[in-house]
Design a protein around this ligand. Structure first.
Ligand code: NDP
Length: 544
């Protein structure tokens, strides 16, 4: 079976795994005799017998195990603690090392050093993932794919933490925990539930653009190599003159886009649930290194003020004809991790890891993400997660006055002073680094600012996918993918959600109505209502 083959490849290629194999497979005396380095306890005491517990032998039996067999206790106690908290999102993933190479000069926009010279290569680590499923879930699930990049620059780590989609379901992070709950399991049954999924989305019309993307075949990429990546949020570039631009990252796969049909995805979930993880590892192992071409879209502050869409709303794209892609460089992945847990499971990415030359935009989702990711790592890995080798900056030396904390595995800065200012340490504040620009808020009004409901832009871009981007084949699949999933939701919720697609494009809504056997006239009337009216008309207890 393919699964066994994958495991075999991994062991064969890894020196560490070979040692383990010699010991654990052959075991007993033969293994001991051939080992140069003996097995030890966690603190280095040689282990002379890894197969037999210490017991009290009597004439009747030898089964009473002695607590004094501290090696047995250590072994069991460590085993029961092998799992760390699973990521609440993006639990299932795979990763690899590589580099970012600059191919085109964009230094007029940014003083980010890793971008300052054509030909410059900076090492990186990438982790791809699905979002909603648990650690053992299938790689082929219909789900956005995480696309998280850690570039080890000379100014510290720069993390680009995005998805394989240029947009997101919601534009305000206050909705995020609820949104994720609906993608996970029902609190009573512990089952995934199409009704809770569509109930939330149909009451959150801003999601219709991303939902359209997700239910096209791009929602089930063939694997991690054949999909694009995006930072999704809008960010700021600034140069050393203090000039600023808004920008978006795009990473286009050089392997070409390849997707699975719903049927192929379903079959793979049964026959090879780890197929993307395996595909990435095996491709790199055989020297077929995947790569992506990196582009940015650049917008001036003046253009941002006048653009017809809110450029900081992550449910929207910047149209290419308005802001063409500008090539910057490429990403190549050419080295597999040696240990999945150490390097992939413990990898921790955060959009707040930025370098001089790059700064956040007033995208509400991004602003909250700046807090949430490192907060998640503090919970999952501890306050010193940056000391884990895969997370350590590699292009610079860290000096800070942050000290101590759980699992402080480094030198803890030895004898250096842990306060600033001081007159003893040879470190001070950095000189000559351009400051991020001053941002002024004139008459900023502090309130819960809602996007007015009349904002039909939420539907326009979803409609554009239907009208301009999808082929007939893609449209057929979008409709059948949607109908296949929505068919599991309550009828009133099917009506409410279909009305949103109808608002995006009449033909889109009509075709889905037909596929779900809904009354198109009723869908049309729901589409004409305000959000509140539509919610009331399809509330719990209404008959459809
Ligand atoms: P264009 O019409 O200039 O180009 C179409 C874009 O859609 C390309 O980026 C293409 O990516 C992508 N695409 C092609 N097929 C699919 C598909 N089945 N599902 C999703 N995306 C696909 O784009 P515009 O900027 O004028 O935007 C039109 C619509 O395209 C938008 O409403 C948006 O939904 C979608 N789109 C826009 C992107 C952007 O950043 N502007 C990015 C991706 C999608 P590729 O070259 O990789 O095939």
């Amino acid at each position: 079976m393919a699964r066994t083959k994958g495991q075999h490849v991994e062991k064969k290629k890894s020196k560490t795994a070979q040692v383990t194999k010699a010991k654990s497979v052959k075991g007993g005396k033969a293994a001991k005799a051939s080992s140069k380095q003996s097995m030890t306890t966690a603190v280095g005491r040689p282990v002379t017998d890894d197969q037999t517990s210490v017991t009290a032998k009597t004439t009747e039996n030898s089964g009473y195990v002695m607590l004094q067999d501290t090696y047995l206790v250590e072994k069991l106690a460590h085993f029961t603690r092998e799992r760390i908290p699973e990521r609440i999102v993006h639990a299932k993933g795979a990763g690899a090392y590589g580099y970012f190479e600059v191919t085109d000069d964009i230094s007029k926009y940014t003083c980010a050093k890793f971008l300052n010279k054509v030909g410059k290569k900076t090492p990186l680590f990438i982790r791809f993932s699905t979002v909603g499923g648990e650690k053992g879930s299938a790689d082929s699930a219909r789900d956005p794919r995480g696309f998280a990049i850690k570039i080890y620059t000379e100014d510290g780590n720069y993390d680009i933490v995005g998805n394989n989609t240029p947009i997101f379901f919601i534009r305000d992070a206050i909705k995020f925990p609820d949104f994720i709950h609906t993608q996970k399991r029902d609190p009573q049954t512990g089952l995934k539930d199409a009704t809770m999924f569509w109930d939330f989305l149909s009451l959150t019309p801003e999601s219709v653009h991303q939902v359209t993307f997700l239910f096209s075949d791009r929602g089930t990429p063939a694997n991690f190599r054949h999909m694009n990546g995006f930072a999704s949020n809008t960010w700021m570039f600034y140069n050393d003159k203090g000039e600023t631009w808004w920008f978006k990252w795009h990473f286009k796969t050089d392997q070409g886009i390849k997707n699975l049909t719903a049927q192929e995805a379903e079959e793979l979930a049964g026959s090879d649930p780890d197929h993307s993880t395996r595909d990435l590892f095996e491709s790199i192992e055989k020297g077929d290194y995947p790569s992506w071409t990196a582009y940015v879209q650049i917008m001036t502050p003046q253009q941002a003020k006048k653009y017809r869409f809110d450029p900081f709303d992550v449910t929207k794209v910047l149209f290419h004809k308005d802001f063409p892609l500008i090539r910057v460089g490429r990403i190549v992945l050419n080295k597999n991790p040696e240990n999945f847990f150490a390097e992939v499971e413990q990898a921790a990415f955060a959009p707040s890891n930025i370098v001089p030359g790059i700064y956040p935009s007033p995208d509400k989702m991004l602003q909250a993400r700046l807090f949430a990711y490192n907060d998640a790592h503090r919970y999952r890995l501890g306050v010193n997660s940056e000391m884990i080798p895969v997370n350590q900056p590699k292009g610079t030396t860290v000096y800070s006055n942050e000290r101590d904390g759980h699992m402080n595995t480094g030198r803890n800065f030895g004898p250096t002073a842990n306060y600033y200012p001081n007159s003893v340490n040879p470190y001070g504040e950095a000189d000559g680094i351009p400051e991020a620009p001053v941002i002024t808020f004139r008459d900023a009004a502090i309130a819960r600012h809602r996007v007015p409901e009349t904002d039909d832009d939420d539907f326009f871009q979803a409609g554009e996918i239907w009208r301009r981007v999808l082929s007939d084949y893609d449209r057929d699949h979008l409709i059948s993918n949607l109908a296949g999933h929505m068919g599991g939701a309550l009828k009133r919720i099917q009506y409410r959600q279909t009305a949103l697609f109808y608002k995006a494009d009449k033909e889109y809504g009509t075709r889905l109505s037909e596929a779900l056997d809904l009354d198109v006239k009723k869908v049309k009337s729901l589409a004409a209502m305000s959000d509140q009216e539509r919610a009331a008309a399809t509330a719990n207890g209404t008959k459809w």
